[in-house]
Design a protein around this ligand. Structure first.
Ligand SMILES: [Zn+2]
Length: 329
């Protein structure tokens, strides 16, 4: 683990911001960040262009789009030395999940496991039925647990020590490296499958990160990643209220073209890209929270369903991309 324990003070403004009728369309306006912890990002990570246009402004943050290649990013963003502190224990049991992290990630274990079981048919189709897999950003180990059950040899990398410990203890996953992918000790060309679920958008320097991930793949191996699609119909309809605009952690927003270009620069080519499998099993309580965000009145319309909050549904807003890529020949 790096020694970069930053001094990020998230003023937990959820307390003075709990009125869900608040007309503010922002996700992050309630969090004030010390300006000294922020850095402006002027150039496009993907093509180097200095020309971008503002999509919208949200508190201290602006979401901008490259005029040349369509890449979307957040500026300013947290400096590299404070960024890791976003993923401390509070991330997994967040008092303000619309700004950062999850309400209670561990408690949702059965839902995540169900979601990954559903995705297994995609794995089977493109990566076969058995082999060595590495899940980068493996969090609580839900995906690795499913893969282990299916007979795969599993390894994980996770920045956050608390959630990695949970994965080890709960699912008996022995090989979880705590730290960054750069620091991880894995051999090149040693994995049949490398996965990253909702990870790439969190990475400040995604190109070297993807190159490193690609280097760990056997020549016949495949990389499967999931990330949100900023140009999906759902994202466009919601505009700034889209739940994936979480500026502390989602530094980039891809569309099919920009993720293809990034993968290409990392020596990978897409063999399959689909919004299918991008859905998630969610509780009814979660649906109520999200629906309220689309329109405040939904809170009241859905209130009679409150006793059913524990029920779960498979929901796919088709605003995520699941991508299978291989090394270019
Ligand atoms: Zn660009």
């Amino acid at each position: 683990m790096s020694s970069t324990e930053g001094h990020l003070h998230l003023s937990d403004a959820a307390d003075d911001h709990t009125n869900t009728n608040d007309p503010s369309p922002t996700n992050n306006g309630s969090v004030r960040i010390d300006p000294n912890d922020l850095v402006e990002i002027g150039n496009c990570m993907l093509c180097g262009s200095e020309i971008s246009s503002e999509m919208f402004r949200d508190g201290q943050f602006r979401v901008v789009r490259c005029a040349d290649c369509q890449m979307v990013w957040v500026t300013p963003r947290l400096k590299p030395e404070v960024l890791p502190s976003v993923y401390n224990e509070g991330y997994w049991e967040s008092t303000s999940p619309k700004d950062r992290g999850y309400a209670d990630y561990r408690r949702a274990a059965p839902l995540y496991i169900k979601t990954f079981r559903k995705r297994y048919s995609l794995i089977e189709k493109f990566a076969g039925t058995k082999g060595r897999t590495l899940d980068i950003g493996c969090a609580a180990g839900f995906f690795l647990n499913v893969m282990k059950d299916k007979g795969w040899e599993v390894s994980g990398v996770e920045l956050s020590p608390e959630i990695a410990a949970y994965a080890r203890d709960t699912f008996d996953l022995e090989d979880i490296f705590v730290g960054t992918l750069d620091e991880a000790p894995h051999q090149e060309k040693s994995f049949d499958l490398v996965t990253m679920w909702d990870v790439i958008e969190h990475i400040a320097e995604p190109l070297p990160f993807l190159k490193r991930a690609a280097s760990l793949l056997k020549d016949t191996g495949c990389l499967i990643l999931e990330t949100q699609n900023v140009d999906s119909r759902f994202a466009k309809r919601l505009g700034p209220r889209w739940h994936h605009y979480k500026h502390l952690e989602h530094l980039y927003h891809f569309n099919p073209k920009t993720i293809e270009r990034l993968l290409d620069q990392a020596g990978l080519e897409i063999v399959h890209l689909t919004p299918r499998f991008g859905g998630k099993h969610v509780s009814l309580g979660f649906i109520r929270e999200r629906a309220t965000r689309v329109h405040g009145v939904m809170k009241y319309l859905l209130a009679p369903l409150a006793p059913l909050s524990g029920m779960s549904f498979y929901v796919n807003m088709r605003d995520e991309m699941v991508i299978v890529a291989r090394k270019k020949k």
